[in-house]
Design a protein around this ligand. Structure first.
Ligand code: SAH
Length: 262
C-alpha cells in the first residue's frame, strides 16, 4: 500500500496561521535538515514542535518533517503491527517486517541520515548528540510502543538506540520530539539570538548561572547588585562563579569531567 508519508516541508509560502497538521505538505525543501519519523501515533506530530521557535523554523524551511504511520505497513486486513513476545510474557512486540517496511518508506527520498530507535536501553540523549545531529543532514527516528520492537528490526536496520533518561515512557514520540527540539534549536537562525545557545547550560560543560529580570525588587528579594552595576567584567565573573558553584553542587559528575584533578 502506498504510504504517502505525511511529509512536511516548512515552506516559505506556508502561512503562519495554518494549523500544525497543515504543515504536513508533500515535498521536502532541498537543503533543509531532514527529520523522518516512524510512529503509531502520527496525529501526535509535529505536536509541540509545530509551535514557537521550532514551529517557525519548520514554516521557514530550516527543517522538514516526514511522518510515516507504522499502521499503513501492517499485516493483513487489520494492518496488524505487533504480536505476542516469543517465549511468552506480557504485552505486545512490534514486528520486524512491519517496522522495516515503514523505515524503508520513511527513508524514501531522504538524504543519507542516521537511523535511531527511541529506547530506554539506549545511549542517553545529551547536548553532544544533539549538536552532532544538528550538524548533519537530519535524522530518522523510530518510535516504539507497547513492549518495544523485535530485536531483528534494530539489527537489520542498523538502528542506534537512544534514551531520554532512566525511566519508561509508553511510547517513543515524546522522546523523539525532545531529540528533534534539542537539535533544531542549535541550527543557525532558529534562535533569535545565537549567543543564547552558546552561553547556556552544557555548552561550556557547566550548568547555567541564575537569571533575573525586572522588577529589581520583588517580594523582598533583590536582583543581585552586580547585575545592575553595568560592569561587564564583574558580571561575567559573577556568572562564572555561580555556574561553577551550581555545577559542583548539583552535578559533581559534570564538574569532575571538567576538572579531573579535583
Ligand atoms: N519493555 C521496554 C519498554 C517499552 S516502552 C523495556 O523495558 O525496555 C515502549 C516504547 O517507548 C519503547 O519502545 C521506546 O520507543 C519508548 N520509550 C520508553 N521509554 C523511553 C526512554 N526513556 N527513552 C526513549 N524512548 C523510550
Amino acid at each position: 500500500m502506498s504510504d504517502a508519508p505525511l511529509r512536511s516541508a516548512g515552506r516559505k509560502t506556508i502561512r503562519p496561521s495554518l494549523a500544525p497538521r497543515d504543515l504536513m505538505a508533500d515535498e521536502d525543501l532541498a537543503g533543509a535538515w531532514c527529520a523522518r519519523v516512524v510512529t503509531l501515533v502520527p496525529e501526535a506530530w509535529p505536536g509541540v514542535l509545530g509551535h514557537s521557535l521550532t514551529g517557525k523554523a519548520l514554516r521557514d524551511g530550516l527543517w522538514s518533517l516526514g511522518v510515516t504511520d507504522l499502521r499503513h505497513h501492517g499485516e493483513g486486513r487489520h494492518r496488524n503491527v505487533d504480536d505476542t513476545p516469543a517465549g511468552g510474557g506480557a504485552g505486545m512486540v512490534i514486528r520486524a517486517d512491519v517496522g522495516a517496511r515503514a523505515v524503508a518508506a520513511a527513508l524514501d527520498g531522504a538524504p543519507a541520515i542516521p537511523r535511531l530507535l527511541m529506547s530506554p536501553r539506549g545511549r542517553r540523549l545529551d547536548q553532544g548528540l544533539a549538536r552532532a545531529l544538528a550538524r548533519g543532514p537530519g535524522v530518522l527516528l523510530v518510535c516504539g510502543r507497547f513492549e518495544g520492537v523485535d530485536e531483528r528490526l534494530i539489527e537489520h536496520g542498523g538502528l542506534l538506540e537512544v534514551s531520554l533518561g532512566d525511566f519508561v515512557l509508553t511510547g517513543g514520540d515524546i522522546a523523539a520530539q525532545a531529540l528533534i527540539d534539542a537539535s533544531v534549536r542549535l541550527m543557525p537562525r532558529v534562535l533569535g539570538n545565537q549567543r543564547s545557545a552558546e552561553e547556556e547550560s552544557f555548552s561550556s560543560g557547566l550548568l547555567e548561572h541564575p537569571q533575573y529580570t525586572k522588577p529589581a525588587l520583588w517580594e523582598g528579594r533583590a536582583v543581585p547588585e552586580v547585575l545592575l552595576s553595568g560592569n561587564h567584567a564583574a558580571i561575567a565573573a559573577w556568572r562564572k562563579g555561580e555556574a561553577e558553584r551550581l555545577t559542583k553542587d548539583r552535578r559533581p559528575d559534570l564538574w569532575r569531567a571538567l576538572r579531573p584533578e579535583g
